[in-house]
Design a protein around this ligand. Structure first.
Ligand code: MOS
Length: 732
């Protein structure tokens, strides 16, 4: 393999930095109409009236759509359900007069210019009949309900906890956070001939959006094409179709003109988000540092109309041995949009609680936090009682600790200093899923030795274009310059949404599978050539390498691909294949990591700096060490944001977000980021899939906030359990 495992730069990098890469809101067509959304100012109630007359008087305004005059839409909830919709009744923009959250779209202004549309939107006057709302998780927690699918407890955790020699019990809080991708949600809907429609949409799944639009607008499969060749960050916010795509299509169908609708940064806060959660942990241990009881209960925000949930609580079962365990996941309904997936959904929050609790237990046991984790280390996923396809977490602890210099740590809080600053060293474990999904790929190999690879996947910024090119180049034995990649088009071969860290494994094996078909065709053709050096060679023994079809046993027996195709008069070989992974019911599949963090805290002011982070990751085979490292670094940066900066702040009196902009929603900036070291621990995995790929999109954030919170405790002796850890909380 020449390309897999190397740090190749992004194949789409040049298009991106030169502006040639067109995003959903960049698409320009003649006669383009611009949309602007009007959003609700109350959190719950009814629209009494909407006065659009002032907006309609503005020169250049073409139409104002509201629930009163929108085109006909299906009444059935089911028509509005996308592939990954949670239970309940999905939100339908401009459907009726009901207001279910603040920031809900209530009108769409369509105009010849974007500025005109925005100005006219400010003139739309809405009268509401407000009802009492609730947006505060703490106020709603008593009414939280358990999902039916909650897991059966193992043993008796309550009893084991009460008889444990050392106990730790605490509640951790993570506020609502938003994805804040650079690219705003945007769609450009373009009517084509014969009632067809092309839609450029910011999404993590073009085929998902395609199915959704077909069902909402009662269109046939061939009538709509959804394109998303580039995406400026998704993080889960683009897994579900967002309302702007419905509104853009509604506008285009109404006016029979192309419509572009881009949300404002403020309006982005009216979409899904990482739900606020309360993580309640009970850990019971014996003096020797073995765990005997784990209880993890999460109370997580959802909307009044859907039940979004991810797995917050069961991560302990993948990490720490305990004969007794109980996991409870509760949802609290608030008058807000439905929460959604956001980078490592469930694990980011749940493991934060778990790993802070483990740190507190280590303190109570007077045990080094790494040592505690080694004493509880589980070689099995206890929830299913299965060993892992691979789990080199021990090496993560070891290599991470060594790179960090952990052995020099004085365990006593406030014992380490650097001038005016208190120094704190903390660590945590990370864990995420290693999933894989059916996906298809197509290869078109030309006689000129150029191959085009296509799949309907997205590249949400993770590097999918690049790893596809690497895998294809190796599988076809061609230089990477000869590989072209097409993705982000609903008409291309089947792909799941890009998420859950499953795309690298899924699309790579789709390419391997179809490359096999190409090899077979070439082999059959080569054998038919008179005096073929490959006659008598078995198919299993030939490989494609260096532009040749060649016997693995005797490299002298070879023919160039170009020669074979020329001789057999083949100008192209085109193959498409759906790849499904073999079921493996004997193993659990996860990625793991160990994170070590250093903070320096000004003793008088309480200002916290994260000066060093080492994140040691075991995630099977790393396809591209550069883009993978970037994924982990991005996750670490976000972990720093989660620990110290990020919070979607509500004014519960109005049920509105107070900091719906990236000036007041604090995210880490360059000045907040210091040294980040990423280590990929060698982890051969022969069970998970042929290439041993696990995916790295999400593992980088998991555990990072806990490592930092634990470092803050070590520096100051103050345990802050509610995020973000702002300086006022240290001064209490
Ligand atoms: Mo990710 S939260 O699965 O896009």
């Amino acid at each position: 393999m020449n390309y897999i495992g190397t740090p190749i730069s992004r194949v789409d990098g040049q298009a991106k930095v030169t502006g040639q890469a067109k995003y959903a809101g960049d698409v320009n067509v003649p006669g383009l109409v611009f949309g602007a959304v009007v959003t609700s100012t109350i959190a719950k109630g009814r629209i009494k009236s909407i006065d659009t007359s002032a907006a309609l008087k503005v020169k250049g305004v073409l139409k104002v759509l509201t629930h009163k005059n929108r085109p006909a839409l299906p009444k059935s909830d089911q028509a509005w359900k996308d592939d990954i919709a949670p239970g309940g009744s999905p939100f339908r923009p401009l459907y009726d007069d009901k207001v279910m959250f603040s920031g809900q779209p209530v009108a769409l202004v369509l105009a010849e210019e974007w500025e005109t549309a925005r100005y006219a939107a400010s003139l739309v006057h809405v009268e509401y009949a407000a009802k009492p709302h609730i947006t505060d998780l703490q106020a709603a927690r008593e009414k939280a309900f358990t999902l039916k699918k909650s897991k059966k407890p193992r043993g008796d955790a309550a009893k084991a906890f009460s008889s444990a020699e050392v106990r730790h019990e605490a509640e951790y809080f993570i506020p609502t956070e938003h994805h804040n991708p650079m690219e705003l949600f945007a769609s450009t809907a373009i009517p084509e001939k014969r009632g067809k429609l092309t839609v450029y949409d910011k999404t993590q799944g073009v085929q998902n959006v395609h199915r959704y639009l077909c069902s909402v607008f009662k269109k046939k499969k061939g009538d709509i094409r959804v394109m998303s060749p580039f995406m400026g960050g998704g993080f889960g916010s683009g897994l579900r179709p967002q309302y702007q795509v419905v509104l853009a299509v509604m506008g285009a169908l109404t006016l029979k003109r192309p419509v572009r609708l881009m949300l404002t940064r403020q309006q982005m806060y009216g979409l899904g988000y990482r739900p606020a959660s309360i993580e309640r942990l009970q850990l019971g241990a014996q003096r020797d540092g073995t765990l005997h009881a784990i209880t993890h209960e999460a109370i997580v925000v959802t909307s009044q109309f859907e039940e979004f949930s991810s797995s917050d609580t069961e991560w302990a079962d993948r990490l720490y041995k305990s004969p007794n365990a109980k996991f409870v996941h509760k949802l609290a309904r608030l008058d807000v949009p439905t929460s959604c997936d956001m980078r490592a959904p469930g694990a980011t929050t749940g493991v934060y609680g778990l790993e802070c609790a483990m740190d507190e237990l280590a303190v109570a046991l007077k045990l080094d936090p790494v040592e505690l984790r080694l004493r509880c280390y589980s070689d099995k996923d206890q929830s299913v009682n299965l060993p892992y396809t691979s789990k080199n977490l021990r090496e993560c602890y070891q290599q991470g600790a060594k790179a960090f210099g952990w052995e020099k740590r004085n365990p006593v809080p406030r014992s380490m200093r650097d001038g005016n600053e208190l120094v704190g060293w903390g660590m945590a474990t990370g864990v995420w899923e290693a999933l894989q999904m059916p996906a298809a790929a197509r290869i078109v190999l030309g006689a000129n030795g150029h191959a085009e690879i296509s799949c309907a996947t997205s590249d949400i910024g993770t590097g999918t274009y690049t790893i596809m090119a690497q895998v294809a180049a190796d599988a076809l034995g061609l230089p990477i310059e000869n590989i072209g990649i097409k993705l982000g088009d609903s008409t291309l071969p089947q792909s799941p949404v890009e998420g859950g860290s499953w795309m690298a494994a899924s699309v790579s094996h789709a390419i391997l599978g179809v490359a096999d078909e190409v090899r077979k065709t070439l082999f059959d053709a080569a054998k038919k050539i008179k005096g073929s050096p490959l006659s008598g060679v078995k198919f299993e023994d030939v490989t494609l390498s260096d532009g040749k079809i060649v016997s693995k046993k005797d490299p002298a027996r070879a023919m160039t691909i170009a020669h074979v195709m020329r001789e057999r008069r083949l100008d192209r070989i085109e193959k498409e294949k759906l790849h499904k992974f073999k079921k493996d019911e004997k193993h659990a599949r996860n990625t793991h990591s160990a994170i070590f963090a250093e903070v320096k805290i000004d003793e008088e002011l309480g200002v916290i700096r994260v000066t060093r982070v080492v994140n040691a990751v075991a995630a099977g085979r790393i396809l591209n060490t550069k883009t993978a490292r970037s994924q982990i670094m991005g996750g670490v940066v976000w972990g720093i944001g989660m620990a110290l900066h990020e919070e979607t702040a509500y004014d519960h009196k109005f049920g509105r977000i107070m900091n719906a902009n990236i000036a007041e929603y604090h995210m880490p900036v360059n000045a907040d980021i210091h040294d980040i070291e990423v280590i990929f621990v060698d982890e051969p995995d022969e069970h998970i899939n042929p290439l041993g790929i696990k995916g790295v999109g999400e593992i980088g954030i998991v555990g990072t906030a806990a490592a930092i919170a634990n470092a803050v405790y070590h520096a100051t002796g103050v345990r802050v359990r509610d995020l973000p850890i702002t300086l006022d909380k240290l001064r209490r």
